[in-house]
Design a protein around this ligand. Sequence first.
Ligand code: PFF
Length: 451
Amino acid sequence: MSDNNQPTSRGNWGTRLGFVLAATGSAIGLGNIWKFPYITGEYGGGAFVIVYLFCVLLVGLPLMIGELMIGRRTQKNPVGAFKALHHEKSPWQITGWLGIASGFLILSFYSVVAGWAIAYIFKAMAGFSGTTEAIQSQFGALVTSPSASIMWHTIFMGLTIAIVIGGVKNGIERWSKILMPMLFALLLGLMIYGLAFTNGGMQALSFLFSPDFSKLSAEGVLSALGHAFFTLSLGMGAMLTYGSYMKRETNLMKDAITVSFLDTLIALMAGVAIFSMVFHYGLEIASGPGLIFKTLPVLFAQTGRWISVPFFVLLSFAALTSSISLLEVVVSYFVDERKWSRIKATLLLGGMIYLTGILSAMASWKVMFRGSDQAWLDVFDFITTNYMLPIGGLMTCLFVAWVMVDKERAEEFGSKGLLYKGLLFILRFVAPIILIAVFLHGLQLLPFMEY
Ligand code: PFF
């Protein structure tokens, strides 16, 4: 973990631990604590979780190694990286463009949800009290108030822009080191509380871990895959960009395993904690994006502020360490390829993302999508997670395994032996086949299946 390498002009992570924490910070965010529990609730529990875990292991982890490899090798943004490894007019650069578009759209709605988390810090300070219904109705009041939603979205986007302008290294590396362990400790506490002190613990475990595949729809399978990408920050070049600030000697394989493991662990812990509460209080399992904002405050009414305030503070920080990586992907392109200053790129693109986010902050604005009127937030989330990230991931996989890999680069996998051959086999055949199959299944187009 030496600190004495000269940084390049684009910058490097200070230490290897710094990189691992920043990448973990990107991976762990609203996806783990807000999204994983609610989509698991909507898609029926155990079977969804199993498919998700398979996707993390067989597609997510290998792809993370692939993205980090591209980034570290080229030291470039997602578009520049594909050009550098192929040629200036390479069609593979579309993958980079798709990633930048995904980062743009994801951040626009991510910031709105993160804004709710900040709003809940203040609600927690004031204290949660009253009947279960009264506590839960606070969420509806927040999201249906355009001025409140936009105000919190403004604050969160402002923080994200401020950090990215300053450059990520010092602030984020340092803060991640303190905040990530705290988030872990708090979630562990909530999970133990759920298991030991509520009547819902056992039910929560069986809901999450005993699969009933008859409950899993084709759309559920596609969403499990999409979520594996979303939660690991894959398929849009975020890991590629973070890898581009990496030093050459790092062992990618080990770091990718660490990041994926921690990310999965946190999601499962959040799931156990939240579903224990849901079953104990007889709350609605499939209550959609409002799930954590409606369930946890019911518990917090009893535990008091000393748990609830830190929880929402940490949730907001987890969201922030993810949102900066989303913005960094977009900004790095304009800095590297268009030679814009970091300030100009961050302010301009951050500003455009902020404006797009207002669509998501307006809960009453609907759009016709998949046969019904839906909120912009849900539509952006659905399209980016279920289509854009898996397509970006598929193209990255194919590129790494068929175009980029050669003998010399094989060393970058950290091993030339069996492990390397296995990884290459997965990236060449297993991951693309799974991706295409899941994709067709989600569109209900897989032959031999009845829809
Ligand atoms: N992985 C983040 C989460 O789970 O909240 C979200 C995210 C960050 C997705 C960065 C994509 C990305 F590039």
